[in-house]
Design a protein around this ligand. Structure first.
Ligand code: FAD
Length: 561
């Protein structure tokens, strides 16, 4: 592999932890979601000695459960959040330019229907403003289609309610991959980061937070890590950490639950991503990805256990009703759902507003003892959130800062020159590996997930046309598994099967096929006891059951219970 790739493995965990406990950091970041990851990269590029601590796996919180769009948020225009829309709109192009293998342009179709949320004129005007705020180049600006053109573009639209449609530009990503790529980039710039390291308390010196007490969720050991400034980027757990810090007893967060369901593309053969009416005034996305389409999201207040989230029958039915009423397809049933994911939006409290109406702006809270907490915001805004929190860090730091360098910084260590370069490589390699039984979607997913390293992974797998397709696919799976153990800190089966590859959501058959193998391979790699291996396997099986609605759909009959 290219020398820019830095080892990032739990195999060297003890030595790295020893070094971390003996060090003094300029910045300690709690939380390995997109917010913490973005801060880690910005801080490390400014020369701060930084460490990021994550209690589970990286991106295991909200940052693997989003709609996976890098978008301006058209609906926020309706709420007159002009600043937010402009900032997110501008950030889209930056994210695409800095990670073109992972942030792909996506045409979005907004159908205008009888009694819908938008009229053709209101939608057209809103999207013109949207394009203008985001400086969208002329070739990508919105197009207004009449009814026939809309039907031609997207034959599944229901003619009896369709009036016209608008096509506009957005970007699609993989949130968990973006998070891990940011953390890897931060480490290339001398940051440190650990998954499975939970902050359980704070250390104060002269009434200021100057360190954290960590529980190693792998070894069970507790130890201290010291640093000058501490940022709490705990997402839905921000308030919990503030309570541990005794800086705040009142909750500032409002958690909103959002569910996505995944349907086989053969059941919902959409050509394009759509942003459509749920007929209750909310808007829902349907996004094709490989052989599936995902549909979401719901948006309901949540006060339950943040660590035990799952899609309920009502959540699934809400999304199914919306798509069954909107698209001209044979009815899609709960038993057609291949997978699901459920996330919590860590929103800032606003009295008198529904979950959907609450602003998606981010906010920084500074406690009396100096703990900086950042919450709210969006995946899309990670770079600007990092800039804002680093301005607050600057106030407390004894170090001099250089300005942020993230606007121009290529996140992958071997970036493609541009998106056309990425697409051309996918085309060439899919032709090459067709003989080994790999489809276009598989090759695209490898390059999208691993960037240019994906080319090496395909080569290293030693696939051959003389082998069966399942054998080739398995070889490729093992190569990815080993890469993610060595360079992406994979430790538990779902680190790999859910967050590094996205298979739990988008290719759940692979999880069924490889779960036992992955669990055994990881147990051997990390010399786990049989009891530990069983524990990991059970946890992974529970995640699989939750994602595939095991409690709701009878696996024998496919009927909902
Ligand atoms: P998280 O990703 O939750 O990260 C916080 C991390 O802190 C967690 O991993 C957690 O384990 C860790 N942690 C907590 N306590 C501790 C502790 N004591 N010690 C160590 N670690 C700790 N935004 C977009 O831009 N585009 C979208 O399409 C989009 N769609 C969305 C759809 C849904 C359904 C939801 C819920 C959100 C969506 N968002 C979207 C918003 C976006 O996903 C979130 O704003 C973002 O992921 C929040 O990231 P975070 O890092 O702040 O939180």
């Amino acid at each position: 592999m290219n020398s820019g790739l830095k080892k990032f493995s739990n195999r060297e965990r003890s030595a790295r932890i020893k070094e971390a406990t003996a060090s003094y950091y300029d910045l300690i970041i709690i939380g390995g979601g997109i917010t913490g990851a973005g801060i880690a990269l910005d801080a490390s590029l400014r020369g701060l000695k930084t460490i990021l601590l994550e209690k589970n796996d990286f991106a295991s919180g909200t940052s693997s459960k989003s709609t996976k769009l890098i978008h301006g948020g058209l609906r926020y225009l309706k709420q007159l959040e002009i600043g937010l829309v402009r900032e997110s709109g501008l950030e889209r192009a930056i994210a695409h330019s800095n990670a073109c293998h992972l942030v792909h342009p996506e045409n979005m179709v907004l159908p205008i229907v009888n009694n819908g949320s938008f009229s053709k004129y209101s939608a057209s005007a809103a999207i013109s403003v949207y394009d203008w705020l985001a400086n969208v180049p002329a070739k990508d600006k919105k197009r207004v289609l009449n009814k026939e053109q809309a039907k031609e573009l997207e034959p599944l639209l229901r003619m009896d309610i369709l009036k016209s449609a608008i096509v506009y530009s957005e970007y699609r990503t993989d949130d968990a991959r973006l998070t891990i790529e940011l953390i890897k980039a931060a480490r290339r710039n001398n940051s440190e980061a650990f998954n499975y390291l939970e902050v359980v308390d704070f250390i104060e010196e002269n009434a200021k937070v100057k360190g954290v007490i960590c529980l190693d969720n792998i070894s069970g050991d507790e130890f201290c890590i010291h640093g000058e400034v501490i940022v709490n980027a705990g997402g839905p757990w921000v308030d919990q950490l503030r309570k541990i810090n005794e800086s705040e007893s009142k909750s500032n967060l409002r958690l909103s639950k959002g569910v996505h369901i995944v349907i086989d593309r053969s059941k919902l053969p959409l050509n394009n991503s759509s942003y459509f009416d749920a007929f209750d005034g909310r808007m829902i996305f349907a996004i094709p990805r490989g052989d599936v389409v995902y549909v979401g999201t719901s948006d309901t207040d949540y006060i339950g256990n943040k660590d035990e989230l799952k899609c309920s029958k009502e959540d699934a039915e809400y999304l199914l009703n919306a798509l069954n009423r909107f698209f001209d397809v044979p009815e899609v049933h709960i038993s057609d759902i291949k997978s699901t994911w459920t996330g919590l939006r860590p929103l800032i409290q606003q009295e008198g507003k529904s979950a959907t109406e609450v602003s998606r702006k981010d906010e920084i809270f500074t406690s009396k003892n100096g703990l900086l907490s950042i919450a709210g915001g969006k995946l899309t805004g990670f770079r600007k959130m990092a800039e804002r929190i680093l301005a607050a860090v600057y106030q407390q730091s004894s170090k001099d800062f250089v300005p942020s360098r993230t606007e121009e910084y290529k996140i992958h260590h071997r970036p493609f020159s541009n998106y056309s370069d990425f697409c051309a490589r996918v085309k060439v390699l899919s032709k090459q590996y067709e003989k080994c039984g790999l489809g276009f979607n598989t090759v695209e997913a490898i390059l999208s997930n691993f960037g240019n390293d994906g080319t090496d992974l395909l080569l290293k797998a030693e696939m051959s046309p003389t082998l069966s397709t399942p054998e080739n696919v398995k070889r490729l799976m093992i190569t990815q598994l080993n890469y993610t153990i060595d360079y992406e800190s994979v430790f538990s089966p779902m680190d790999f099967l859910e967050r590094r590859t996205g298979w739990l959501y988008f290719e759940v058959n692979k999880v069924n096929t490889y779960l036992d193998f992955v669990s055994n391979h990881l147990a051997k790699t990390f010399e786990l006891s049989e009891e530990q291996r069983q524990e990991h396997l059970l946890r992974a099986q529970k995640s699989l059951k939750n994602a595939t609605l095991g409690d709701i759909v009878n696996p024998m009959t496919g009927a909902s219970t």
